[in-house]
Design a protein around this ligand. Structure first.
Ligand code: NAD
Length: 487
């Protein structure tokens, strides 16, 4: 069923509660067919400066006193926002589907998750507290959890609505104000969410959204001297740049930079469950997921049969426009498509076997940025396809003999975001869960990023800091220690 073109959000930036037009705009293309569907504001340093000033004023100043709202009142606002997202579900999902090209079922799941972030953090807002610390006689010592102030948030195009929910809900619940720079490739759902936030009575300046290019609006935000915290989700290269910029002003940074996550399947596992999760873990959002399970490590005894099943399944996978709701949508843009195609050609030239390819549906537009799912086998140890994030529907298969080898292969990457372990052996589950270098480990399931409640983040090249769950709430606060000597 085709999805109706939704009403478009404002072609403007949200600054201090007002939607302001910029001197120039950026055209927004639908990745499924290359159609220009609307335009977005193109903010420059001037608009970013105004947004930071508005967020400062709303935090505790001329515009308002968000940080002084009681936690209960802030929580109630978040719950109101969650209900507004639910009420706007169809339009938000249609925008997300059109803008990112992801299948409509996935877009719907993303909008549901976005609402859940607001509901979870709305409920949690008044449950976060400091501690008292036993100290010398005659002292009472306590810790206070305080908001940072103005939080800068730079988010990517792969899950705009979900990442908006993850970052904005946690920052607002803890009393911060926000300046958010959405991605130039996909941000229509974010603009609609910002519109809803204002309709839900969020005070002016508490949330500011400055669309534009990374090198313009993004760089201006990361280098701004008056931000108090920076959260970035995207590529390791840009992550390094923004962290260096923030370091100039001693601004704390959370980095979520993607992964090269393994799914490890032992011969004793529930192979049907593992099979479904392995396929889902790589084709979700056409592999453009930081937590994609892009490597399969499979034990030799079952390797041939398991890979044989994958060959059949991959050959049957279909790519089509987001609203056709096929297995995979397109990649986000022509640059990502040609980058991935070049990597696949280089892999083939290096002797790697393309054991199976999916198919493009006959009705798919030739102007869409499609790359069909690929299954790669016979990969030389240490090859780039085992180490680099390809950000597409490409699964790299390796065979191992024993637990020690599985662990060594799993950790043979600089990334460390997620891992899936499939085995019925309890001792092995725990040994591997401890031995694997990653922020999340799933045993006999693969959560592809995990739920809203589960702390999420990486080690090494995957970044640092944790979002989601209570840990995400804590990470938007800083601790103050108060030591009272009362005798
Ligand atoms: P990117 O890191 O360049 O973009 C992410 C965000 O950063 C966007 O909002 C962008 O506008 C902004 N940005 C870009 N340059 C900036 C700068 N100099 N200063 C401040 N902000 C800046 O990612 P991309 O170019 O869109 O994608 C490239 C690769 O990044 C992908 O192939 C993938 O491997 C990875 N990626 C990872 C994730 C993730 O969820 N971890 C998301 C998107 C992309």
């Amino acid at each position: 069923m085709r999805v109706e073109i939704p009403e478009m959000p404002p072609q403007a930036a949200l600054i201090g509660g007002d939607w302001l037009a910029t001197a120039t705009t950026l055209e927004m293309e639908a990745p499924s067919d290359g159609r220009v569907v609307t335009a977005i504001a193109r903010c420059q340093a001037e608009e970013v400066g105004a947004a930071v000033a508005a967020a400062r004023g709303a935090f505790a100043g001329t515009l308002g006193d968000w940080a002084q709202w009681s936690t209960r009142r802030r929580g109630e606002w978040l719950l109101t926002m969650a209900a507004a997202i639910d009420a706007d579900h169809q339009r938000l999902a249609a925008l997300e589907c059109l803008d990112t090209g992801k299948p409509m079922t996935q877009a719907r799941a993303d909008i549901t998750a976005c609402a859940r972030y607001f509901r979870f953090y709305g409920g949690a807002a008044d449950s976060l507290h400091g501690e008292t610390i036993p100290y010398e006689t005659g002292f009472t010592v306590m810790t206070l959890r305080e908001p940072f102030g103005v939080c800068a948030q730079i988010i990517p195009w792969n899950y705009p609505a979900q990442i908006f929910g993850r970052c904005v809900a946690a920052a607002l619940a803890t009393g911060n104000t926000v300046v958010l720079k959405p991605a130039e490739d996909a941000c229509l759902s974010v603009l609609r969410l910002a519109e809803l936030a204002m309709q839900c009575g969020l005070p002016a300046g508490v949330l500011n959204v400055v669309p534009g290019l990374g090198r313009e609006a993004g760089a201006a935000l990361a280098t701004h001297p008056d931000i108090d915290h920076l959260s970035f989700t995207g590529s390791p290269e840009t992550g390094t740049q923004v962290a260096q910029a923030a370091a100039q002003h001693h601004v704390p940074v959370t980095l979520e930079l993607g992964g090269k996550s393994p799914q490890i399947v032992f011969a004793d596992a529930d192979l049907d469950a593992a099979f479904d999760a392995v396929v889902r873990g790589i084709i979700q959002n056409a592999g453009q997921t930081c937590s994609a399970g892009s490597r399969l490590l499979v034990q030799r005894e079952i390797a041939e049969a398991f890979t044989g099943r994958l060959v059949e399944r991959f050959a049957a996978l279909r790519c089509n426009a987001g609203d056709a709701d096929a297995d995979c949508g397109p990649l986000i843009n022509a640059r990502q498509k040609s980058r991935l195609e070049a990597r696949l050609a280089a892999a083939e030239a290096d002797g790697i076997r393309i054991a199976a390819r999916g198919e493009l549906a006959e009705t798919a537009s030739p102007a869409g940025h499609f790359v069909v799912p690929h299954l790669l086998t016979e990969i030389p140890d240490g090859h780039a396809v085992l180490r680099e994030e390809l950000f597409g529907p490409v699964l790299a298969v390796q065979v191992f003999d024993n637990e020690a080898e599985a662990l060594q292969l799993a950790n043979a990457t600089d990334f460390g975001l997620c891992a899936g372990i499939w085995t019925r052996d309890g001792g092995r589950q725990l040994r591997l869960a401890r031995g694997i270098r990653s922020g999340q480990v799933f045993i006999n399931n693969y959560g592809a990023g995990g739920g809203i409640e589960l702390p999420f983040g990486g080690v090494g090249r995957s970044g640092h800091g944790r979002e989601k769950g209570f840990e995400g709430l804590r990470s938007y606060t800083r601790l103050k220690t108060v030591a009272i000597r009362h005798g």
